[in-house]
Design a protein around this ligand. Structure first.
Ligand code: F6R
Length: 244
């Protein structure tokens, strides 16, 4: 595991530049992306970062990490809507986008479709950290072997969907990529920003891995990169700017 800490004012630029380099790789990359408040400023910076590198994302494939079940297609909290507006629609040419087909298929079939896409291989997965230690919608109680599946959403996750992402109804279920598939990605980045995540980030990185904090199982990945801003990293035992 490598923990990288950046000043809050540069954090999103740093992550955007690295994501742009991956999306602009010759031949493209298969990248699975989270949504939510943490990566939103990163995604908004990717078009400029690609332009600065003289690259485009047209050969890449972006796979959605998770999706609510039961929210209408035009709901602002929908993960596919967030990723389209923050990233996909800003890229010219756009990468191929693979949302989770929760409107067209029963939830279990939508999960199976997502799993098939991930099973074909992911060059990179970027995930955020839930306030309760979840990753994707792998809520507390999830095992390290948790597969891609339909899940019940924790009450706090449902509240966040309404209060922070503007969901028109409180979601109670979702489809998420499993921790097993995240651990199988060639590269895995846990991106964390803001002081509100500091306690959980410390627990995830410094306490023994535990299903009470599913994100702690990401430490099993051989090349996990934790990319945090200084407010999120402020409680870590070693806060030097970059440490392995
Ligand atoms: C969203 C997702 C979630 C979020 C997590 C943090 O696709 O998978 O696990 O990454 O809830 O959300 P924010 O970044 O809004 O604090």
């Amino acid at each position: 595991m490598r923990v990288e800490v950046h000043p809050a004012e540069h954090w999103a630029d740093v992550v955007a530049a690295e994501l742009a380099a991956t999306l602009g790789r010759p031949g493209g990359a298969r990248v699975c992306l989270a949504t939510g408040s943490t990566p939103a400023p990163v995604y908004r910076r990717v078009p400029a970062a690609l332009a600065a590198l003289g690259l485009d994302a047209g050969a890449s494939i972006v796979v959605l990490l998770d999706e609510y079940v039961g929210l209408p297609p035009d709901d602002p909290a929908r993960c596919d809507a967030q990723l389209r507006s923050q990233l996909i629609e800003r890229l010219h040419p756009p990468p191929a986008f693979v949302p989770i087909p929760v409107d067209d298929l029963p939830p279990a079939a939508a999960a199976a479709a997502l799993d098939r896409v991930a099973a074909a291989g992911l060059d990179l997965a970027i995930v955020g950290l839930g306030l309760n230690g979840h990753v994707g919608m792998n809520e507390p109680g999830s095992a390290p072997s948790a597969p891609t599946r339909v899940v019940e959403i924790a009450p706090i996750t449902s509240r966040v969907a309404v209060e922070r992402y503007g969901a028109t109804a409180a979601p109670t279920a979702g489809v998420t990529l499993g921790i097993d598939r995240l651990l199988g990605a060639a590269e895995l980045w846990l991106v964390v920003s803001g002081a509100a995540k500091a306690d959980m980030l410390r627990a995830v990185l410094e306490q023994p891995p535990d299903s009470a904090r599913p994100a702690s199982f990401l430490r099993r990945h051989p090349r996990l990169r934790v990319i945090a801003d200084e407010p999120a990293a402020r409680l870590l035992a070693d806060r030097s700017p970059t440490r392995a």
